[in-house]
Design a protein around this ligand. Structure first.
Ligand SMILES: Cc1ncc(COP(=O)(O)O)c(C=O)c1O
Length: 388
């Protein structure tokens, strides 16, 4: 019913993905397959709700109404089978701001925070920018895909370890962590009194055959130590509206988060974020199912194309997110050379793997949230560059 094939010109719309290409890649004409931002038209159930709110022509201070909370709890129950109570919910103007606020709320200068690279670049900054010690528990690449290193984690924990930041599902390797993996992680961290900040911003972007398990839902121990970030911003491409939610079942962890949020005066949020979030979570089920079917088609296209025409590139089939992690190590190039090759020779702008930390070198992250014709064009350009 929804048309994801439509190509919409986003140039000169103050859009980072298109209008910053010159700054980021040195060329304004690369096919933009980098930042996690989708090229699909915002669904009408969201734009109509925004227009309706504009009919009241006063935009003063506002609060999040009951419908904001009930649409979110209804969505999480329906999609992820997790019953969230309203008093567990707090606001954040974004997930990256939340990562930084949680560092301030739950750790002190010099404390250790564990992340599991290769992982979303701002995880690194959320630790280092506040004078905390960054500890890497590198993911392991196995024959069955990327997994967390349980033994490594146990070895790395010290009395100074106060927090672990989890990407669930994991950006960029595309894993949707299983219940067993999450139970095990929560056991280890609970025993050592480590807070887990579970960034679940990609939780709705689950590809057919996989499932999202909210970390806090797997056990009482998990609920006691988990601070979850969720948002409509990736799911419905609403990042420009700066609206996300924190779900914190433990009252003491909630109090510490809230004190930080209110202390920075970031708790008010904004009218359009509230309206769009409620509309998305109330009406978005079908649209999202169709979106993920479409993304799956793009994933299949990349996997099949590389298999047939680009044996040097081995895509890691994602279980979640609209990104695909391309193993380009057989091309024998450094990270910087890979980036140069894809930009200068192929005209395709992606995220270079080493930017995600150890384990990322030799990989590229490609954003597939765009019309299929764009993916085809990018693949053909890469093929001609490799063969020329
Ligand atoms: C894992 C992860 N967390 C957070 C974000 C961004 O969050 P926000 O725009 O709400 O700050 C992204 C965006 O790509 C992401 O991949």
């Amino acid at each position: 019913m929804w048309n994801f094939d439509e190509v919409i010109n986003r140039e000169n719309s103050s859009c980072i993905k298109y209008d910053f290409r010159e700054e980021v890649f040195g060329r304004a004409d690369v096919i933009p397959m980098w930042v996690a931002d989708m090229d699909f038209r915002t669904p009408t159930f969201i734009t109509e709700a925004l227009s309706a709110r504009l009919e009241h022509e006063i935009l003063g201070y506002s609060y999040r109404p009951d419908g904001y909370f009930s649409s979110l709890t209804g969505w999480i129950a329906a999609r992820h089978g997790w019953d969230v109570r309203r008093e567990w919910i707090e606001f954040s103007p974004g997930v990256v701001p939340a990562l930084n606020m949680c560092t301030l709320a739950y750790t002190g200068p010099g404390d250790e925070i564990i992340i599991q690279p290769p992982v979303y670049t701002p995880f690194h900054g959320a630790v280092l920018d506040h004078g905390r010690k960054l500890v890497h528990n590198n993911l392991l690449e196995t024959d069955n895909g990327w997994v967390m290193d349980r033994e490594g984690l146990q070895r790395l924990i010290t009395p100074a370890t106060k927090m672990l930041i989890l990407s669930n599902p994991h950006n960029p390797v595309g894993r949707a962590w299983t219940r067993e993996e999450l139970i095990e992680l929560a056991e280890i961290c609970h025993d050592k009194k480590i807070v887990i900040l579970s960034d679940e911003i990609h939780s709705d972007l689950i590809l057919p055959g996989s499932r999202h398990i909210p970390l806090a839902s797997v056990s009482e121990k998990a609920a006691a130590i988990t601070v979850t970030c969720m948002a409509p911003s990736k799911t419905f491409n609403l990042a420009g509206l700066s609206t996300s939610s924190m779900i914190i079942p433990d009252p003491l962890l909630m109090e510490k988060y809230r004190r930080t949020l209110v202390g920075l005066h970031l708790h008010l949020g904004n009218i359009f974020g509230n309206v769009a979030s409620e509309a998305a979570y109330t009406h978005g089920q079908e649209w999202l199912d169709e979106l993920m079917q479409y993304v799956q088609g793009n994933v299949d296209l990349v996997v099949d194309f590389c298999h047939e025409h680009l044996p040097q590139i081995k895509p890691v089939r994602p279980e979640a997110t609209y990104m695909i992690w391309l193993d380009c190590r057989a091309m024998g190039l450094s990270g910087q050379q890979l980036q140069q090759f894809f930009v200068d020779k192929a005209g395709v702008g992606m995220n270079e793997g080493s930017r995600f930390g150890p384990g990322g070198e030799g990989f590229m992250r490609m954003n597939l949230a765009c019309p299929r014709s764009v993916v085809k064009k990018a693949l053909r350009q890469i093929e001609s560059a490799i063969n020329s």
